[in-house]
Design a protein. Sequence first.
Length: 109
Amino acid sequence: MSTKSTSVQGDVSKEKLMEDLQLVVSDAEELLRATAGQAGEKVSAARERIQDSLNAARARLAVAQEAMLEKTRQAAHATDEYVHENPWRAVGVAAGVGLLVGMLISRGR
């Protein structure tokens, strides 16, 4: 497996992880809202710990998202540079991919 393929899979799994974390944060916030009327020292302490954890998770998630966006920008810039430096090679690769996709689509019919 190539390094580029591994990197793409890593980015996909990072995106999935970030989506999962966002879902957990959202669910935890909903749980906090649902238990807002609950009284008691233990419930209050637990709510406070959960809120602190949520704030920390939100901050880490924001940093991770920004890092992923920056990597995406860098990849787009590198691709743009490559295409400008090698226009005919890029056209050839695009034509080859188009041909493969066309052949696969026509096989399915």
